[in-house]
Structures are given as structure tokens and as C-alpha cells.
Design a protein around this ligand. Structure first.
Ligand SMILES: C[S@@+](CC[C@H](N)C(=O)[O-])C[C@H]1O[C@@H](n2cnc3c(N)ncnc32)[C@H](O)[C@@H]1O
Length: 226
């Protein structure tokens, strides 16, 4: 059965999606683009590269969704000429009638953004697809619970739905599995700053940093595997 999905416009003018049956959005209503840029690009990718300059990166994203994090990461890779292998899990891929109306490409002034956004969505699932010289994408139609891989990822974009809506993805067991996918010095970033979540990450041996969140969100988490 097709899920009911509504298009919404967030405070910075960027679109997001709302699932009425779950009463949950894909991004913060205070700005989807601003949130993605703040958490995943600045606190995640940029901060990691500050400590490990020019290193080819392996990133695992939990929830490909609208492809917004992937688009910002691809554009970062091109701008900074850093090689990124981006694996993204998504058990509920969006169809063209939904991703085709998202306005992300129009938020950039250059003429490449639309082609980049479509390339990410149209890329074949399961296989590694070279989107550019600097960016290889592998989308997997899979739940985190069922995912296994020998890769030591450098960065985890943990962008599942909120714990109040999708509790099963924030359990100690799932976090333990996720930490097992991280190499040494790898970093996990997420918008969630719940106490139990932070205690679980610390118990799994990560150094947990609570950072200022994007607009509308006091805090976010960056956790480093020691
Ligand atoms: C908060 S949205 C964020 C999506 C995306 N990062 C974006 O910017 O649009 C959460 C995403 O996780 C996906 N998801 C749901 N259950 C999942 C699971 N068990 N494993 C991995 N992803 C899941 C949802 O379908 C949705 O696309």
C-alpha cells in the first residue's frame, strides 16, 4: 500500500515531507535545508575533514528519504574535491511523483543542482553508481536492522525518524550494531540529543559531544569512536 505523503514548506523556504499516518516530518519545520547543512555537513562532514584533511571518506546514511543530505554531501565533495563513498539505507524509496516536486535544486544559484538531484534519485538501487569523479553513491533498499557490511565507515548520518515515532531504531542493540559499522575515530551525527541515547553511546565507548542544534532545536549530538 502506498504511504500518504504531503509536501510542506519549512521556515527557510525549503520543502520537506509530512507523513499524516505517523504525524512525522522528514525534517525540522524550522528549515530543512538549514537543519541538514548544520547537522550533517557542518557538524559532521566539515568537522571530520578538519581533523582528517583530504581523506577519502566512507559515509553511511540511515534514511535516504528526500536525498537532501546526499545532495549537500555531493556538492561539498565537488566543491572541496574530496572523494566520498556514500551508502544510504532506505526501506521506503520515494517515487518520482514525490521527489520530482521537491524544490531543493532551485535553492542553489548554479545550473548543476537539478541534474545532481535527479542523478541521486535516478541512480540504480543496490549497485555502486559514480555520480561524479568525487562521489560514488550506493542506495540500498534495506532497513538498518537488516544491514550488514564489512566496511569501516568514517561518518554515520543517523537520520531516522524521531525516537518517539520509531523507537526500534534507537535501542541499545541497534546503536551497538551501528557503532560496530564505524572505524576508529569515526563520527556519528544526529539531531537527537535525548539523555538515554547519549548514555547508550557513551556506554558503547564513544565520546559524546552535545552541540548547539539548528534553529528550533536546542541541541544535537556528535559522537566519536575512540
Ligand atoms: C527523518 S527522515 C530523513 C530522510 C533523509 N535523510 C532526508 O533528508 O530526507 C527518515 C528516513 O528514514 C527512513 N527509514 C524508515 N525506517 C527505516 C529503517 N528501519 N532503516 C533505515 N531507514 C529507515 C524513512 O523512510 C525516511 O526516509
Amino acid at each position: 500500500m502506498k504511504r500518504k505523503i504531503e509536501l510542506i514548506t519549512t521556515s527557510d523556504g525549503s520543502h520537506s515531507l509530512y507523513l499524516p499516518d505517523m504525524n512525522e516530518t522528514y525534517h525540522s519545520s524550522h528549515g530543512a535545508l538549514t537543519e541538514s547543512q548544520h547537522i550533517f555537513i557542518e557538524a559532521g562532514l566539515q568537522s571530520y575533514l578538519n581533523e582528517h584533511p583530504r581523506k577519502p571518506l566512507k559515509i553511511l546514511e540511515i534514511g535516504f528519504g528526500t536525498g537532501l543530505n546526499a545532495l549537500l554531501t555531493l556538492r561539498y565533495a565537488l566543491e572541496h574535491q574530496v572523494s566520498i563513498h556514500f551508502v544510504s539505507l532506505e526501506p521506503f524509496p520515494l517515487q518520482e511523483d514525490v521527489y520530482g516536486v521537491l524544490n531543493y535544486a532551485s535553492l542553489f544559484t548554479d545550473e548543476h543542482a537539478n541534474a545532481q538531484f535527479l542523478a541521486l534519485h535516478e541512480a540504480e538501487w543496490e549497485t555502486e553508481v559514480s555520480i561524479s569523479d568525487f562521489f560514488v553513491l550506493q542506495k540500498k533498499e534495506q532497513r538498518l536492522e537488516d544491514f550488514s557490511d564489512d566496511t569501516d565507515f568514517d561518518l554515520i548520518f543517523f537520520d531516522a525518524f524521531a525516537p518517539s515515532k520509531q523507537e526500534e531504531l534507537w535501542t541499545y542493540e541497534i546503536l551497538e550494531k551501528t557503532v560496530g559499522l564505524m572505524g576508529s575515530s569515526a563520527v556519528l551525527v544526529t539531531y537527537c540529543a535525548r539523555g538515554q541515547f547519549k548514555r547508550d553511546l557513551a556506554a558503547l565507548g564513544l565520546r559524546v559531544e552535545t552541540l548547539p542544534g539548528p534553529p528550533g532545536k536546542k541541541e544535537m549530538v556528535r559522537a566519536v569512536k575512540l
